[in-house]
Each structure stands twice: as structure tokens, then as C-alpha cells.
Design a binder for this molecule. Sequence first.
Ligand SMILES: [Zn+2]
Length: 347
Amino acid sequence: MNFKDEEATKRTEIISANAQWFENHSPVDPRFKKDEVKGVSAKVITVAQLGGDCYPSTPIGINLPNADWIRKEHGSKSVTMENITYAYTQAALGNGFLEEFCFSDEEIELSKKHGSLAGNLHTDLHECLGHGSGQLLPETSPEALKNYSSALEETRADLFALYFMMDEKMLELNIMLTLDVARTEYNGYIRNGLMTQLTRIELGKNIEQSHMRNRQLIAKWCYEKGQDENVIEVLQRDGKTFCKINDYNKLRGLFGELLIEVQRIKSEGDYEAGKNLVETYGVIVEPDLHAEIMERFKKLNIAPYGGFINPGFKLVEQNGEIIDIQVEYSMDYTDQMLYYSENYSFL
Ligand SMILES: [Zn+2]
């Protein structure tokens, strides 16, 4: 259950209205681009109630359909759930996470100032443009990448978003007022992909989940390919590991290079190259770093995943007419689950 966020939807409408510009200016091989980007519709919503698979832990954006041929013929639809990301950002302020894992005070400040917009813009670009961009060669089977297709598809969409986030076009379209928003996103993305997302993995395990594979794949690939020029630096301070971006423009260039390759893999259905990329960069966890990150994270006492409790809605009636709806946050999670089970288990 949701209602539309009219103000934030203007942002996604600007992005969708310019979808063809982004497609034309993407760095990928022209053979893999769409001549005509069709019907990208996008809106931003405020979630009022979660249900089914989305309760208590929910996606922050949805893009459908999955089938490439439907996207090509008819277009796609994206939904960004802004109050969910907003809640995550608010909950993360002041819990010590940024202070523990950011390399500098400047990074912390940027994150506090622009983190919310940076995250939402990344989601918009990923959903509205990234997934909808590009095309398969006519002879390529949509199933060609098999078990790696989901991780590679997320990689492609993220790279599209990351690449364009730092483009002057963002300022021109008035979607952001300063490229500091893009820098904030780059900092957070690399920090997460190289280090902090490991807090969600059990010690001794490797990465299984597609989105997490994709994030590590991008961060590690860029770290490795940019090593000669010190684009991303991994360093130690007081026995702790940090990462630091030294050259944002070069990093953007690396995002573009990897996008070219991942789009080629998808368009040609190059299973071996796709497998190689995911297995080399996206799966393996370094045990020492993992243990260190877990140790630091444990001290902060934060849960690695967030969940939501649904508010209750109470109708206010007067003379048989509904005049208001009151929102109540009275239950804790256990109470809510028991309440649902008692009242709705017949569903
Ligand atoms: Zn996605």
C-alpha cells in the first residue's frame, strides 16, 4: 500500500524523459545500444504498509518486467520507495557506523550532507535507466548467462548509474546542485563493496547474493585496474583498514570501462567471460579483512539488516463518514506478527 511522492517523482520524470540522451551517450559499443528507448515510466512512492515478501524487509526500488524482449518492445516501469531509504539513512546517522569506517572527517560530512540524495539518485538511475539500457544481439539467447545472469545484470545497472552520476548532465538537468553528491555516492559505494557489506556475511562464507556479488565485483575490479595510478587506495591506520578514492574522474573512467565489458558480455551472451568476472571479483571474501570488519562492526552493536513494523491505520468516523485516518505505531515486531497470525492466518 502506498501513495505517490509528487515532488520526488519530478526527479525521476526528468531522468526518464532524457532516457534516450543517456542511451546515446553511454560508453558501450553502439551495436549494443537501443536505437529507440521505449516507455520508461518511473515514479517515487511513499510506502504506507508492507506485505508479502516485502515485510518486514523490503526492496528500495522495483523495476519490471525482467524479460528483455518486453522491455525492448514496450518499455519498463520503475518505482523508487523513498521513505524506506530515508528511514535507513536516518537510522544510520549517529550509530557510529560512518565514524568507524570512513577514512576522513570530510567523507563523514559529505555523507551526512548528501548521502540520502546520493542513494536515491543511484537507485533512480539504476532502475529507470540502467536496467532498461542496451540490447542483446539478435542471435543471443536471453538465458545465455545462466546462473550468473542476475549478478551481471545488477552489475550493469549499477555501472550505468555510477558512470552517469558524475556527468555534468546531472547539473544541467538540475537533478543535483553539486557533483559532491556523486563523490559521496562513489565513496559509499567503494567502501561498501570493498569492506562494509561483509558485515552481512557469516565468517568463513563467501558471497552468494547477486546484489552483494555485483557490488564487490565492481569495487574490486576498479581497485585492481586502478592500482597503477592509485585511483583507490586501501590503507591501514591504527591497525584498521580503510579505503580512499584519490581520483574520482579516473574512477568514473573505470566504471565506464567495466560497463563496456559487462554490456558486451550480456549482448553477446558470453557465459565464460561473465562467469570469470563474477568468480574472480564478486565471490571470494578475504578472511582476515572479513574478521577485522566483523570485529569493528560488532562493537557498534548495529543489526546488519533492517526491518520495518507496519503502522496501524485507524479510521476516524463522524456521522457515518470517514473524516480522518490516524496513524499508530503501537506494536513491536513480535506483537505485530502475533496479531497478524491471530487475525489473518486464514488468508
Ligand atoms: Zn537492479
